[in-house]
Write a protein that binds this ligand. Structure first.
Ligand SMILES: CC(C)(COP(=O)(O)OP(=O)(O)OC[C@H]1O[C@@H](n2cnc3c(N)ncnc32)[C@H](O)[C@@H]1OP(=O)(O)O)[C@@H](O)C(=O)NCCC(=O)NCCS
Length: 142
């Protein structure tokens, strides 16, 4: 298994992973391209084909994990954890000491994943992206 920084060439793979992670929330290729131009980082897990993705964005001394996604048939074998550990190391290298994440209150698997991996709940956030959304805001001190 290899983890690397994704480039524009990987956009198709990123979309494909998020289409096949069971969450029914595929990322939009145009948005990915714009975020890459803005300096957000996408990390791709290959085994040897692409099977997982994480997206990190930065703000002062903080990092936010906007997306973590592993193809359904590769889930529950530690790929998500390995990807998270990698992203944490990269954040520390960039002097970021806080890693934030938001997860919808109905995404039980992801909530368990974050808690198991050391994230703590800060608060609930309503209407984050659209009216009626309910998210939990989490943080992990790095
Ligand atoms: C959240 C997500 C990224 C986790 O990825 P994952 O690769 O399944 O994560 P891990 O394998 O590291 O951990 C998940 C579970 O597998 C277990 N596990 C870890 N290594 C394992 C191994 N070697 N063998 C068996 N089980 C293992 C963990 O204990 C954990 O168990 P739990 O369900 O009791 O908590 C994945 O479920 C996903 O893509 N979900 C859809 C997208 C999403 O909702 N993302 C979050 C919001 S952006």
């Amino acid at each position: 298994m290899q983890i690397k920084l994704a480039t524009k060439k990987d956009i198709k793979s990123i979309v494909d992973i998020t289409k096949n992670d069971g969450s029914n929330r595929p990322l939009n290729p145009k948005n990915i391209e714009n975020y890459l131009l803005k300096g957000d980082m996408y990390f791709l897990v290959c085994n040897p084909l692409p099977i997982g993705i994480a997206k990190l964005a930065f703000n002062k001394d903080e990092a936010e994990l906007f997306v973590i996604s592993v193809k359904k048939k590769f889930q529950n074998s530690g790929i998500g954890k390995a990807l998270l550990e990698y992203v944490e190391k990269e954040s520390i290298k960039l002097n970021k000491r806080k890693l934030y994440a938001h997860v919808t209150t109905d995404n039980r698997k992801a909530i368990r994943f974050y808690y198991k991996n050391g994230f703590k709940k800060i608060c609930y956030v309503d209407n984050l992206y659209k009216k009626g959304d309910k998210y939990i805001k989490l943080v992990k001190l790095l």
